[in-house]
Design a protein around this ligand. Structure first.
Ligand code: FES
Ligand SMILES: [Fe+2]
Length: 461
């Protein structure tokens, strides 16, 4: 039994929950195939996994790395996805490029470090050397090749690459539509948060004993939140969240924040989290006794008014975005969680050979207050102490196992740790003869939408 099973959960409590209508599901683009029940096959079958590599990963835009890790020519990042490996770099003309990370002599993996800087890409086996644009420039003992090596033809094989929101995406399909078109309206919703301007705070990967889609599904519904993340009831109203279903399998959710869970009894006084937020904007929490549900709207007004003085530019963000939280799942494997002063980018990657294992990457970002914002607005700069923080150098990548989290030695924030406790057991359940199909509720519309589009990309009819 995991320790999560021993913890009291909000949903399992004795309090009767109110019936609250779920938020609307807005369908921006219906899947091009009819919905099908979700079975275990896609989570456990090696042939399904192989087909994902053959026809799905090979023709979708994939978040590969952060653009800030390619700030000068010759800096590179290796993006490993299952058995495939892609080298992303910046060339001497300042352009970001991507190549299959494989030497064109006899197929050795070219760069083996995750991230670094090099003068040239030199194959560790026989020394074939490629420049920052992937061009083959040096072949040791070239005169021994007959016919001679054609350096044009034997240069690194390019992969499509585009940068958006400070994130570098690659696509192995040269005929793919441009990234922004592929994102089908999500890019315009994410742009105002200016993720690319936020400070990069942490870089972590956890190795998990589950299929990569189990992680993605977990971020496709809020149905589990009351049950395993009781802390969220103090700050968000998950049961009324609004879902968005976009083309190409992307989905989103908008959750009211600076509020409490509307299904549970409304407290008389602001809780610890709400009290803190009110103080940041100079409000007196005592004024909200008996009117906790007014905090959300008032925070929007206070934040708008106080933003420039505190060093935050909210001009591009709507009032709702000053109180709420938004999350977008980009097909097939990238998850973005956004608030005005924080960003969370996550990605689940398949294991090279085992459908029962995956990697869950987490990059966290934080907006730093900027005195220039106050200056531009002609007000005095008065940052709140809780928004000031030491801006780290590029954080070290930390990789660990799910057992490190379960033992309490590592953390990816309390909420994700709670998810990690559960997800490996989902994978175990998938192997049971007793499991036939998933039955999804309305809160899980994003999961069905995602899997329908997955079926489309997989060619399942
Ligand atoms: S395999 Fe790379 S130089 Fe031989
Ligand atoms: Fe969760």
């Amino acid at each position: 039994m995991t320790d999560v099973q021993n913890k009291p959960s909000a949903a399992a409590g004795t309090t009767a929950k109110k019936v609250v209508p779920p938020g609307p599901t807005r369908v921006h683009a219906a899947p091009p195939v009819p919905p099908k029940p979700i079975t275990a096959e896609r989570y456990i079958s090696e042939s399904w996994m192989q087909r994902e590599f053959d026809v799905m990963w090979s023709r979708t835009w994939l978040f590969a790395c952060l653009e800030r890790d390619l700030s000068i020519p010759g800096q590179y990042v290796v993006f490993n996805l299952g058995r495939e490996s892609i080298l992303v770099t910046r060339n001497d003309d300042g352009e970001v490029g991507a190549f299959y990370n494989v030497c064109q002599h006899r197929g050795a993996r070219l760069m083996v470090n995750d991230r670094s800087w090099v003068r040239n890409f030199v194959c560790p086996y026989h020394g074939w050397t490629y420049d920052h644009a992937g061009k083959l420039t040096v072949v040791p003992d070239a005169e021994r090749f007959s016919p001679p090596v054609d350096c044009e033809q034997r240069s690194l094989k390019p992969v499509r690459v585009e940068v958006w929101a400070g994130l570098v995406f690659v696509n192995m399909d040269h005929d793919a539509v441009p990234l922004r078109e592929y994102l089908g309206g999500v890019a315009e919703l994410v742009d105002p948060y200016r993720l690319e301007n936020m400070v990069f705070m942490t870089d972590k990967t956890v190795q998990l004993d589950c299929n990569w889609k189990a992680v993605f599904d977990n971020f496709g519904e809020l149905y589990h939140v009351e049950h395993i993340h009781p802390q969220h009831q103090l700050l968000f109203d998950c049961p009324t969240a609004q879902l968005d279903l976009f083309a190409n399998g992307h989905t989103g959710v908008v959750i009211d924040g600076h509020i409490v869970n509307s299904r549970l009894p409304i407290p008389e006084t602001p809780n610890f989290y709400l009290e803190h937020q009110l103080k940041v904007y100079g409000a007196n929490p005592a004024d909200y006794e008996g009117r906790v549900l007014d905090i959300r709207k008032d925070v929007q007004k206070m934040r708008r008014e106080a933003g420039p003085r505190l060093g935050f530019d909210y001009d591009a963000l709507s009032d709702e975005r000053l109180s709420d939280i938004e999350q977008y799942n980009l097909f097939p494997n990238t998850m973005l969680t956004l608030q005005p002063e924080s960003g969370l980018v996550m990605r689940s990657r398949p294991h090279p050979t085992d459908p029962n294992k995956c990697y869950w990457d987490q990059f966290t970002f934080r907006m730093a207050p900027d005195p220039e914002v106050a200056k531009r607005a002609g007000v005095s700069y008065e940052p709140h102490p809780s928004t000031l923080f030491e801006q780290p150098e590029r954080p070290e990548h930390d990789e660990f196992t799910q057992d490190d989290i379960i033992a309490g030695h590592k953390t990816m924030t309390i909420t994700i740790d709670q998810d990690v406790h559960l997800i490996r057991d989902i994978q175990k359940g998938m192997h049971s003869r007793g499991f036939e199909t998933a039955q999804l509720c309305q809160d899980e519309d994003r999961i069905q939408h995602y899997h329908d589009w997955l079926d489309y990309f997989m060619g399942v009819r």
